[in-house]
Write a protein that binds this ligand. Structure first.
Ligand SMILES: *Cc1c(COP(=O)(O)O)cnc(C)c1O
Length: 387
């Protein structure tokens, strides 16, 4: 057994990030400033988006995007149950009703063929989530959006660097929202980015993110700015700080290398687990895409074992292997069981995955030995709990 605990994820922070943060701290300019502007420009160029707005988190981005689109009481928003809570909680907090569509059993992405049946006259938007960094099938989603006049908002929290049929997520004709939480493929500590070709949406999100002050308001204490400012509308406090952007500008150039290493480890797991009947491995989508391998999420076939998924995670912990849970399906959480009772029993693929899924360690700093330890531990837990 490993002598040291292996966490499921940990960010790769090197001297460049640390020195840049120290530079910000010493410069006297800590909050939104020139480094945020530089990070915005460089991220925008990387994904190929015409407009980008840096924010304090992806959750903040989702909130402002829904407000910018005028989402209100009674509107319906279609999304997936296999996501982090904020994808669904933010529509609820805006007064909208989340409408959950079942997932594909292999990729765990929203099943695009099942969306049409959930569209009503109240539907305003579709939020596909690129699960684990693998692109949803966007062509049929865009076709439906066009047919019914809906907005597509991509939850791209897992998808920095993901590509769909040769196009990078962030470039498509939609609004995409990235997260830079420490577990994500690149980090700014906390942080998020809204990318879109729609200048009106970008402008509105930009105003709402900082008290409704006009776009260049951060300069009001700088030599090039003026201390006066105007409030164009009531706004929030969702701006990204230079301290955060300082990390991001050194993470971004490493993103492709991070993804390559993640892929190497994921494919090692795929090979090592290929013959393990007790695991259902993540499937590649049938269309051309670049998987960013944010997560490695096999399903444990618990019916073949004497323990359930939580028991499996506990056994791995005894072997000093950390795991994550991405995700317990949204409609299995207490609030949604009470307020979205119609979801119960109607999403069989999500129900199946929700009770069996776990995230194995996957991060660029992992060594080959670490990955081999994970395989050994998983196989040993299966061997001793097999029915
Ligand atoms: C992490 C995550 C979010 C939220 O991102 P934050 O930056 O933490 O607000 C939203 N959706 C999904 C799918 C995520 O994984």
């Amino acid at each position: 057994m490993r002598s040291e605990f292996l966490p499921f994820s940990t960010p790769t922070i090197e001297d460049a990030e640390i020195n840049e943060v120290v530079d910000s701290l010493k410069s006297g300019w800590i909050t939104t400033g020139p480094k945020v502007k530089r990070f915005e420009d460089e991220f925008k160029a990387y994904v190929g988006a015409p407009f980008a707005v840096p924010l304090s988190s992806a959750t903040a981005g989702l909130h402002l995007v829904l407000l910018a689109l005028g989402i209100k009481e009674g509107d319906e928003i279609i999304t997936t149950p296999m996501t982090f809570a904020s994808t669904v909680s933010i529509p609820v907090l805006c007064g909208a009703k989340p409408v959950l569509v079942d997932i594909e059993p292999g990729t765990l992405n929203i099943d695009a063929t099942r969306i049409r049946e959930k569209i009503t006259p109240r539907t305003k938007a579709i939020i596909p989530v690129h699960f684990a960094g693998q692109s949803c099938d966007m062509d049929p989603i865009f076709a439906l959006a066009k047919e019914f006049g809906l907005t597509v908002i991509e939850d791209a929290a897992h998808a920095a660097g993901t590509e769909y049929k040769g196009t990078r997520i962030g470039t498509l004709d939609s609004i995409s929202i990235f997260s830079f939480h420490p577990n994500k493929n690149m980090t700014t500590g906390e942080g998020g980015m809204v990318c879109t070709p729609d200048e009106t949406v970008a402008e509105e999100v930009s105003l709402l993110k900082f008290h409704g002050m006009s776009r260049e308001a951060w300069k009001r204490f700088a030599a090039s700015g003026t201390p006066n400012y105007d409030i164009v509308m009531p706004g929030f406090k969702y701006n990204m700080m230079d301290i955060q952007a300082a990390i991001g500008i050194h993470q971004l150039p490493k993103l492709d290398r991070f993804i390559d290493r993640r892929k190497e480890i994921a494919e090692f797991y795929n090979r090592e687990f290929a013959d393990v009947a007790e695991l259902a491995l993540p499937a590649y989508a049938p269309y051309a895409q670049r998987h960013a391998w944010h997560l490695y999420t096999p399903l444990v076939r618990v019916e073949m074992l004497s323990i359930d998924r939580d028991g499996f995670m506990a056994e791995l912990k005894k072997e000093n292997i950390g795991t994550g849970l991405h995700y317990k399906a949204v409609h299995h959480h207490a609030w949604y069981r009470e307020h979205l009772p119609q979801a119960a029993g109607s999403l069989p693929n999500a129900d199946y995955a929700s009770d069996r899924i776990l995230s194995l360690p996957l991060f660029p700093k992992m060594s080959d030995n670490d990955a081999a330890d994970v395989v050994t531990a998983v196989k040993s837990v299966i061997a001793r709990t097999r029915k």
